[in-house]
Ligand binder design. Structure first.
Ligand SMILES: [Zn+2]
Length: 332
């Protein structure tokens, strides 16, 4: 059988916080794991679920030997449910959530055992689905523990948030993240570059590596520079990039803007040297553009119906206008 899942090295303080609650019998029946995406919250949720179902866990993980551990939580554990959007869908269906009521009403397969539900991402529930979940949250069934995973917890219904004990996850400690990624990519410098490109999020950095994303991002930069140098109009740039994955584009856009902002405000070196062309733009406007990019990214990742073409057009038209007005003020 496979080894039990363990939390990532950068999640030990959250793990210890929970351990204290478990040891003192104060584990809440609903937990909300909140923080940016692609830092490993889901893995933490599954490691915790396996741990809580295990018959003889040690301090850090499930034992991997007991009857419960022999059922893999990712496969067929009878006391475990995972709710996420079905394939091809962005939202969690109301029937998926309703099915939890009968699940939590049943007894666990082990005497006095727990039942575990992981819902991810929690923001993929609309108002109706969230209200259906509230029913389950409001009638806590002894032994059922709900773990909600959320990348944008501010967008959850306040009534959902208030019923959960929140556990915050930030961008991990850089050294731990670099060590982990270095073991995967086999090179310390590359690991550093990838993490910078991913805003410090280790799983995002691994994804960039797997997708050869550094080269793709260089290509986006080249397009942007062509627009700046008037070899391309903003609308031509949109045509060029239209087939690209919007989340990948917005990831690139936001991480470059974040980098530019750090460069302007804290004199940090730029990852993409070509972005030096933008260093004299107003830091305030750069921040505003970044804020907008982050909001759009969050909208797309939650499955909000947004017009990709219109959004890309307005992003690049506005950026181009910003650069031109700066150039004009320099010339005068
Ligand atoms: Zn076990």
């Amino acid at each position: 059988m496979a080894d039990p899942l363990v939390a990532y090295s950068w999640q030990m303080s959250q793990w210890q916080d929970l351990q204290r609650l478990i040891d003192s019998n104060r584990l809440p029946h609903a937990l909300l794991l909140a923080g940016p995406d692609l830092i490993g919250k889901l893995r933490f949720a599954k490691a915790l679920a396996g741990y809580l179902l295990c018959e003889s866990p040690n301090k850090l993980a499930a034992c991997g030997q007991c009857r419960s551990c022999h059922f893999q939580i990712d496969a067929n554990h009878p006391d475990y449910r995972e709710i996420c959007p079905e394939e091809g869908k962005r939202q969690i269906g109301i029937d998926q959530v309703r099915s939890l009521q009968s699940f939590s009403a049943q007894h666990a397969h082990r005497d006095n055992g727990r039942k575990l539900v992981v819902i991810h991402p929690a923001e993929a529930m609309n108002v109706f689905t969230a209200n259906a979940l509230l029913k389950t949250l409001e009638e806590p069934n002894t032994g059922t523990v709900l773990i909600l995973v959320s990348h944008t917890s501010s967008q959850l219904l306040p009534t959902i948030r208030s019923r959960c004990v929140q556990l915050r996850f930030g961008v991990p400690d850089a050294t731990l993240a670099q060590t982990w990624l270095r073991d995967y990519v086999g090179d310390a410098e590359l690991a550093k570059t990838l993490l910078l490109a991913a805003g410090g999020r280790p799983l995002a950095a691994r994804q960039i590596f797997d997708d050869n994303g550094l080269a793709t991002r260089d290509g986006y930069d080249a397009g942007l520079m062509a627009m700046l140098n008037r070899q391309k109009t903003p609308l031509q740039l949109v045509d060029d990039l239209f087939d690209q994955d919007i989340l990948q584009l917005l990831d690139w856009w936001c991480s470059r803007l974040m980098d530019l902002s750090r460069h302007q405000l804290a004199a940090k070196p730029l990852q993409a040297k070509s972005w030096q062309a933008f260093e004299k733009l107003s830091p305030k406007l750069v921040m505003q553009t970044l804020q907008r990019g982050l909001e759009l990214r969050s909208g797309f990742s939650r499955g909000v119906a947004l017009n990709k073409r219109l959004i890309l057009e307005s992003l690049f038209l506005d950026w181009s206008a910003l650069c031109q007005s700066r150039a004009a003020s320099e010339a005068s």
